[in-house]
Design a protein around this ligand. Sequence first.
Ligand code: FES
Length: 275
Amino acid sequence: MTDTKQITFRIRRYDPDLDTIPHWEEHKLNVPDGMTVLEALQEIKAEQAPTLAWRSSCRMGVCGSCGMFINHLPMLACQTQVLHLGTDVVTVAPLPNYDNVKDLVPNLEPLIQKHAAIKPFIILTNSKEIDEPTGEFIQTPEQRDEYSQFTFCIKCGLCLAACPTVATDPLFLGPQALAQAYRYTVDNRDCGLQERLEAIDAFHGPYQCHMAGACSQACPKGVDPAFGIQLLKRTLVLDSIGFGKKKSSVAKVMPLADIVKQIEEFAPPPRTVGK
Ligand code: FES
């Protein structure tokens, strides 16, 4: 039989239809090695608290929906093993810096709105190549490395929950959106900085960042949004004094015929059975 340890879960409960303010509820559970906070919540819900609400989906740290405030730190419940926390009492609350919908469910709408505001997509000044593609956009590994780490963002919102600036200025665009603004702006295929300026180069933009670095510590994917914000500031300053990177209105494309030729050159020789 697997060894277990009894853990007390202090869970913050709030039902807007029944409660005027949130309250704490305690549940004891025998936790085996390897059990995640998400699995513990599932067991508590099944056996002790049938109305307990939270948000989760993939159970493997990919969808970003199970962010919670676990032992006073923003974490993904599905990636956090209970016994690794090293405490006999585990507190679980909804993410701070968001409105609370119910129990452990935060309202992530501001996160999504801020993300949308920075236009998180490649913007071309001439859309002809998008409408009628003649080939693939060329990007060297070095060009991709400039923004690669920021593509790992899963939009879980933990960085906003950790950010002391968001706590005092809810309109601050925040680490997620600003790091993504840098991700797209630095992409050699993108020409959208001027279109993004209205959202980014504003009072609630990157210059509000106090460089606390809490966002980078909270990110479950190893992204460094605090660094992204500093790089974005540099990009904006250089652009404002005319030293921004010049990009062509249409990124260079590799003709389809050349792509086929490259594939043929690198294709392994056909396999022959029995030789
Ligand atoms: S359930 Fe998808 S990240 Fe946790």
